[in-house]
Design a protein around this ligand. Structure first.
Ligand code: GTP
Ligand code: SPV
Ligand code: MN
Length: 603
């Protein structure tokens, strides 16, 4: 059949016949998309448990999912992605606004009209022979004034199933939306999964996302980075709230007081691990407790009643980095991924269990690697992809915070910025004040990771860990951070951490993971106006004796090295910031320029 014969309106009506979509605006939009993509079938998801089972069965039948050993890992499946589609692709990610200036210096920009036209070509007929899934979802606790409704149209059953884990998905979204037209229109097709025809496009002024040619998490689960960061960030800029690449956690101290902190680390730099850390034995005995609210995204607003910053986690699941996850490093994550989990691009063991680098000290004698090839320990390839991921519901988290569903969120006392820095940057220090904290965030540097395609391990500026996720001009974003202070009666304290500094021996100076509790204790104390800090040129710093090292087999020299400030290295660091400052020159808030000058004068 030729294209013309497929297009008549009558056929479009056929396509929607028997399809139940209660909201008329969604219905009209689905009809439009179906007319363009020409799927063979339309399936509207309701979010029930029975439906989930059917979808899983279907995905297994299609070979998209492989059931794992159901005795060991009930409800768990393996997905092997196209080997060309294993990470976010920042070079294919676009912000489409009428003026290029709104997208700013750090985003790829495309003219919306041109983009709709070009992608329209790609989407035309892209779902022939396939099922179009309509996936209604809510970002944020149901009934929360902050919650946002989205509807994702996708031809990927893997995406449809994953959205059911990562968001509050199904009929609850119709209830939330009622008759309103206010929902994010998310259109997705894997197409032929060709990296040359891969586009992740955002239309902030239309509340629209079009993603073509990739099935990978951040490119395809459109509620996550595309909606909850890029589009929500733009909404927050206009409406006076914030969408950030931050974990959210509650810290209970021995006196029973609970302190909530948010932390922004770039992709694959430790948010999931920090958000669910298990404190050392001694801390547990003393009554310290950690609870997770979120591991990737926080939406924050100022509560009119008390003038404090509050935060919610808009997500309902974790899309976490697998390699390095073990019962030693992150026992809570291990507990979470024993059931109801989709593993993407890990290795398969002969008994239907899974393996990855760092899971056990000794690798298995043999397994099937993430591409489906036989693997042995000395074959010279990793068994799991370095950016292999787990998709698991937050309900599985043994330390999920009781307020994870609180529609108003939790009050934030501390904000932590952190990067992956082998050199130069100390373990922990505190900003002198909010504006200095904004400067620390804006100049955050981190070594690139496998979470995005491209060169690994090169230091780049990743402002607030948002470089790939800021959906508008980053200078306006900085101004927004500075202005937020005016809404607050009292503001969170701001900190900077680096778990990744190495010694001359090439080994991490700080043990990390659960032991990060020791640094967190100092941070929480500081948030409460307790705990000693010395003034340094970078900020307020604990002296080595102010970090509790009791029970850690760590020579004092290691912590001294982890906290040391090398003037020459800092001078180089400030110089490398020039690149960012030059790039953003003109519209960069003057506060940031002054703070950099102040640092230089302290040097
Ligand atoms: P995204 O999901 O990409 O946003 O990443 P994330 O920030 O949640 O990173 P995650 O917690 O998944 O950690 C990424 C990698 O860093 C994993 O391989 C971890 O094992 C490792 N890692 C996390 N925390 C620490 C730490 O404290 N020290 C060391 N050395 N490695 C860590
Ligand atoms: C990240 O890269 O920061 C992630 C994974 O959290 S993704 O959702 O793919 O962006
Ligand atoms: Mn992330």
């Amino acid at each position: 059949m030729n294209d013309a014969a497929r297009l008549p309106v009558a056929r479009d009506m056929d396509r929607l016949a028997g399809v139940e979509i209660p909201n008329p605006h969604v219905r009209a939009w689905v009809a439009e998309c179906a007319a363009m993509c020409q799927p063979d079938r339309i399936h509207v998801l309701n979010g029930s448990a029975a439906e989930r089972q059917e979808l899983l069965q279907q995905a297994v039948a299609e070979g998209v999912l492989l059931p794992l050993n159901q005795q060991k890992l009930p409800g768990c499946y393996l997905h092997r992605s196209n080997p060309n589609d294993v990470a976010r692709t920042e070079q294919c990610t676009f912000i489409c606004t009428p003026s290029e200036r709104l997208a700013g210096q750090t985003n790829n920009w495309m003219d919306p009209k041109q983009c709709y036209a070009m992608l329209g070509q790609l989407f035309s007929g892209s779902m022939r022979g396939r099922t179009l899934y309509v996936v209604p979802f809510v970002m944020g606790p149901l009934g929360s004034p902050l919650a946002k409704v989205g509807v994702e149209i996708t031809d990927s059953i893997y995406v449809a199933i994953s959205m059911g884990v990562m968001t509050r998905m199904g009929d609850c979204a119709w209830k939330e939306l009622q008759g309103s037209d206010e929902f994010t229109r998310c259109l997705h097709s894997v197409g032929d999964c060709n990296p040359e025809r891969r586009y992740i496009c955002h239309f902030p002024l239309d509340n629209v996302i079009w993603s073509f040619g990739s099935g990978y998490g951040g490119n395809a689960l459109l509620g996550k980075k595309c909606l909850a960061l890029r589009l929500a960030g733009w909404m927050g800029y206009q409406q006076g709230w914030m969408a950030e690449h931050m974990l959210l956690m509650g810290v209970t101290s021995p006196d029973g007081a609970k302190t909530y902190v948010a932390a922004a680390f770039p992709s694959a730099c430790g948010k999931t691990n920090f958000a669910m850390l298990i404190p050392p034995e001694k801390y547990l005995k003393a009554g310290w407790k950690i609870n997770t609210l979120g591991d990737d995204i926080a939406w924050m607003y100022v509560n009119k009643h008390d003038g404090r910053l509050y935060a919610i986690n808009p997500e309902a699941g974790y899309f976490g980095v697998v390699p390095g996850t073990s019962y030693q490093t992150n026992p809570n994550a291990m507990a979470i991924i024993q059931r109801d989990t989709i593993y993407t691009n890990v290795a398969l063991l002969p008994d239907g269990d899974v393996w990855w680098e760092g899971k056990t000290e000794t690798p298995p004698a043999a397994c099937i690697d993430w591409t489906g090839q036989p693997w042995t320990p000395n074959c010279g390839r990793p068994a799991a992809h370095p950016n292999s991921r787990f998709t698991a519901p937050m309900r599985n988290n043994p330390v999920l915070d009781p307020q994870a569903d609180d529609p108003n969120g939790v009050p934030i006392s501390g904000i932590i910025f952190g990067g992956r820095r082998t050199k130069t940057i100390p373990l922990v220090f505190q900003a002198f004040n909010w504006i200095h904290g904004v400067y620390l965030g804006a100049t955050l540097g981190s070594e690139t990771t496998a979470a995005a395609t491209g060169q690994l391990g090169v230091v780049r500026r990743d402002p607030m860990a948002m470089l790939p996720f800021c959906g508008y001009n980053i200078n306006y974003y900085f101004t927004h951070w500075i202005r937020m202070r005016k809404q607050m009666k009292d503001c969170p304290r701001i900190f900077h951490v680096n778990w990744f500094r190495k010694g001359d021996d090439g080994k991490f100076l700080w043990p990390g993971f659960g032991e990060n509790m020791r640094v967190l204790k100092w941070i929480v104390d500081r948030c409460k106006g307790q705990g000693y800090a010395a003034e340094t040129l970078l900020g307020w710093m604990p002296r080595p004796e102010d970090i509790d090292l009791d029970g850690l087999n760590l020579p004092l020299g290691r912590i001294e090295a982890a906290q040391s400030i090398d003037l020459e290295e800092i001078k180089t660091e400030v110089l490398t910031q020039t690149e960012l400052f030059m790039k953003l020159a003109g519209e960069l808030p003057k506060e940031l320029i002054f703070l950099r000058e102040l640092l230089i004068s302290r040097l």
